[in-house]
Ligand binder design. Structure first.
Ligand code: NAD
Length: 476
């Protein structure tokens, strides 16, 4: 039984939830406490009580705590990577890679705790000095999705603590194992009681309770658009700070001057790796007509060759879909693509394996029209739609013709087109000759339009959300 962590103590919940392996649904990874409103209340109160002293703690204390957490995560990345693959379905290298990234993020923000800068300016009024400083915002509620169960918690918890905030952390109910493992390390890191609290449980109860509580000064959320809209509404109503990272419908443009090996590799990785369950996955593959047939043939061959299977099997490239309801959503959109007249090239079938799991072959559709519903809505599965484009200008306009704006990719050897695309792609992240998914941990992450709201996560830009600016005027 894995308990919640509240006010420096492990607290069993009134109920429990099983964590099931999507590669083998007979495999129960563990039982995890589910908080009720009473426990959420205790966690919020503990954070509220712990925040002032932590906010005034020395940067060295915060750096030491974060560095210790990061070091242990890195030292145990193989063990935790396997746990992540077991609970979420990413392949083992992807699971280990995600924990390596989580560890690196803690170590990065350990150093950032020492680097929080201010400004000192001369006033326009004689004899006055002006200082601009940053302070923690207080208590933050961190709500995370299931698809990056280690990296996303890390990139919220680490800056929150580095900049002196107290945390109430609510991970996704589907994958509590990685979140619990990180929390267990945090519980031994030397943080004062109450500064970090873990409350597991359903979004509709535990998450919802964080939205309306006046003691929570900021909400940092990653997840679906629908939940994000609720959070924004609740935060605006009571004047709390908020930051939302949501869905994507990311394009990958392939021009006729692209290196085709690079382009096929970019598309396959962007669309299908991590079972397409990445907010930065490419699902609209926009291909210039002059190479359309040739490129499609190579992409189809590469897609058919992908090995789908148990996430922990050595030769697996694509693990299972995370659960039954996501599988149903994927199959729904695959049926929709067929009904909308997209040409089915391959995949999209449920597969039987040695273990009972949610296996789906990567689905490729061609001759799609960007206005089709399945080309406008986020599927969040291994489904790619190839859309023909007349020329570069047409491809760019198709790439931007989406409600979302997270990641936008292009494969080209033309400096002119790459440079123009960098400037004109309506997305928070632009990828030239690299997959749309796969980002560094020390630079900003986030999108535009319906994909994001509020300031950026990661890197030094994380300070925008997790601190508040004070301007002081002083006459000596
Ligand atoms: P989700 O919105 O269903 O859940 C996200 C979190 O919100 C979970 O912890 C959930 O319990 C909680 N939640 C649900 N209802 C809530 C409520 N009423 N109040 C408060 N919290 C509530 O999303 P998901 O299915 O876990 O994740 C998939 C989505 O996340 C996709 O849309 C994907 O694109 C998006 N995502 C975005 C990014 C990004 O950085 N842009 C990264 C990863 C995933």
């Amino acid at each position: 039984m894995h308990a919640n962590y509240i006010a420096g103590q492990w607290a069993e919940g009134p109920s429990q939830r099983s964590n099931i392996n999507p590669s083998d649904t007979r495999d129960q990874i563990g039982r995890y406490a589910q908080a009720d409103l009473n426990q959420v209340e205790q966690a919020i109160e503990a954070a509220h009580t712990g925040a002032p002293a932590w906010g005034l703690s020395s940067p060295q204390q915060r750096a030491d705590v974060l560095d210790k957490i990061g070091s242990e995560i890195l030292a145990r990345k193989e063990e935790f990577g396997e746990l992540l693959s077991r609970e979420e379905g990413k392949t083992r290298p992807e699971g280990i890679g995600e924990f390596a990234r989580a560890g690196a993020i803690f170590k990065f923000f350990a150093q950032e705790a020492l680097r929080l800068r201010g400004d000192k300016l001369a006033s326009v009024r004689p004899g006055l000095e002006v200082e601009v400083t940053r302070e923690p915002i207080g208590v933050v509620g961190l709500i995370t999705p299931w698809n990056f169960p280690a990296a996303i918690p890390a990139w919220k918890i680490a800056p929150a603590l580095a900049y002196g905030n107290a945390v109430v952390f609510k991970p996704a109910e589907l994958v509590p194992g990685s979140a619990w493992a990180i929390s267990e390390i945090i519980s031994r890191s030397g943080l004062p009681a109450g500064v970090f609290n873990l409350v597991m449980g359903p979004g509709s109860v535990v998450g919802q309770a964080l939205l309306s509580d006046a003691r929570i000064d900021g909400l940092s959320f990653t997840g679906s658009e629908g939940t994000g809209a609720r959070i924004a509404q609740a935060a605006v109503q009571r004047g709390a700070k908020f930051q939302l990272e949501m869905g994507g419908k990311n394009p990958c443009v392939v021009l006729d001057d692209a290196d085709l090996d690079t382009a096929v590799n970019c598309v396959v990785q962007s669309a299908f790796f991590s079972t397409g369950q990445r907010c930065t996955a490419a699902s609209r593959i926009i291909v210039q007509k002059s190479i359309y047939a040739q490129f499609l043939e190579r992409l189809a061959a590469a897609t058919r060759s992908l090995r789908v299977g148990h996430a922990l099997a050595a030769d697996t490239q694509i693990g299972p879909v995370v659960d039954e309801s996501q599988l149903a959503q994927d199959l729904h959109y695959i049926a929709m693509a067929k009904a909308e007249g997209a040409r089915h090239i391959c995949g999209g079938e449920q597969l039987k394996a040695d273990t009972p799991g949610h296996f789906l072959s990567p689905a490729l559709f061609a001759d799609c029209d960007n206005r089709m519903q399945h080309c406008q809505e986020e599927i969040f599965g291994p489904v790619a739609s190839v859309i023909p484009a007349d020329n570069y200008e047409h491809a760019l306009s198709l790439a931007n013709d989406t409600p979302f704006g997270l990641s936008s990719g292009i494969c080209t050897t033309s400096l002119k087109h790459a440079t123009h695309f960098k400037r004109h792609a309506q997305a928070g992240m632009v990828m030239v000759n690299v997959p749309t998914a796969g980002v560094d941990y020390h630079v900003p992450f986030g999108g535009r339009k319906a994909s994001s709201m509020g300031s950026r996560e990661q890197g030094t830009y994380a300070a925008e959300f997790f601190t508040t600016v004070k301007t002081t005027y002083l006459q000596a």
